[in-house]
Design a protein around this ligand. Structure first.
Ligand code: PLP
Length: 340
């Protein structure tokens, strides 16, 4: 049985959150002399601390309650708050798989939380036997599962087994889910009270500069998130940019489909290049590519002003290539042909 009170840090459970001036009076059309704002200017007023308009729009698009949504300053804040809410520094542990997204590691280190990293199988799937060795550790509070996984690009299977088996929080990072044919775990929210799903506006929505990330979870978990976040964590400009993107679903679909077409094109063209040894299947807007000598090829591409992500230190002789625009992808292929 999952019991949230057993997983949350005591200081967070007992925390009385900051109550902002805008929490105490929520009406409009008043004379606001409560928040020490400047009466002049365009961005002089504090933004909505609850991002109400954005949550309502997301709620209708994603078919989840607005009370099940948290908006963060990028998913990196969503990850960080998970550590700060559930893991006691110097005592509790989190777990993830390797290779995966680097911020789980950095955020754990900043918060002085031990992060256990267990290797994925050869085809980048969860090794249940290995996981079972750690899953009953009573200090283990959080498991991060990135699906589609960065940098391998594939969907991870058997997440539901982990949700059933683990007594702590399962954090499913769906930063790339829009590029995948697989279903989001959002439909499982009502079945699992230990599930947090994070998504972001940074990838398929093309708003990396705006820094908007979301968490979807039970309303109890979302309340904890709201207690821990800084009161005005998402700026007005960023709330508006995110809302605008949600209001133009057509543009979103158009750009996404273009990226998916370019992804197929890149896979086909890369397949013809002899220094490419293997292209891993992908559910994301990038692909992991094994080459003859990753360090050398990465450097040669940099020389041609084409920047890829050298993952040699993580997966031997692999580079991760983001799907760009048609022109960018053509340039990449041209450069690779010149190198070989
Ligand atoms: C890019 C990425 C994110 C996005 O983080 P933001 O802070 O929202 O930009 C989150 N998780 C993974 C796995 C990513 O690759």
């Amino acid at each position: 049985m999952f019991q949230l009170e057993k997983i949350v840090r005591n200081n967070i459970l007992n925390l009385k959150p900051y109550s902002s001036a805008r929490d105490e009076y929520t009406g409009k059309n008043a004379i606001f002399l409560d928040a020490n704002e400047n009466p002049f200017g365009e961005l002089n007023r504090y933004p909505d601390p609850h991002q109400t308009a954005l949550k309502e729009k997301l709620s209708s698009i994603k078919s989840v309650g607005a009370e099940n949504i948290f908006i963060g300053n990028g998913s990196d804040e969503v990850i960080d708050i998970a550590y700060r809410t559930f893991c006691e520094p110097g005592k509790d542990k989190a777990l993830t798989f390797s290779p995966t997204y680097g911020m789980y590691d950095v955020s754990a280190a900043i918060n002085n939380i031990e992060l256990i990293k267990i290797p994925l199988t050869k085809d980048f799937q969860i090794d249940s036997k290995l996981l079972n060795k750690y899953i009953d550790d009573e200090n283990l509070k959080l498991i991060f599962i990135c699906s589609p996984n960065n940098p391998s690009g594939n969907i991870l299977n058997n997440i539901e087994e982990v949700l059933k088996r683990f007594k702590g929080i399962v954090f499913v990072d769906e930063a790339y889910i829009d590029f995948s044919e697989a279903d989001s775990y959002l439909s499982k929210l009502t079945s699992y009270s230990n599930l947090i799903i994070s998504q972001t506006f940074s990838k398929a929505r093309g708003l990396a500069a705006a820094r908007v990330g979301t968490a979807f979870a039970s309303k109890e978990i979302i309340s904890l998130y709201n207690k821990v976040k800084p009161p005005y964590n998402v700026s007005k400009l960023n709330q508006e940019a995110a809302l605008q993107s949600l209001e133009d679903q057509q543009q979103f679909e158009h750009n996404k489909n273009n990226i998916l077409l370019q992804r197929s094109f890149l896979q086909k063209e890369l397949g013809k290049i002899t220094l490419v040894k293997k292209i891993y299947p992908t559910d994301a807007n990038f692909m992991l590519v094994e080459v003859e000598d990753a360090d050398k090829i990465y450097a040669a591409l940099v020389n041609q002003k084409v920047i890829t992500r050298n993952r040699n230190a993580v997966v031997k002789n692999c580079i991760r290539i983001t799907v760009g625009s048609e022109e960018e992808n053509l340039q990449l292929i041209k450069s690779l042909k010149e190198i070989q």
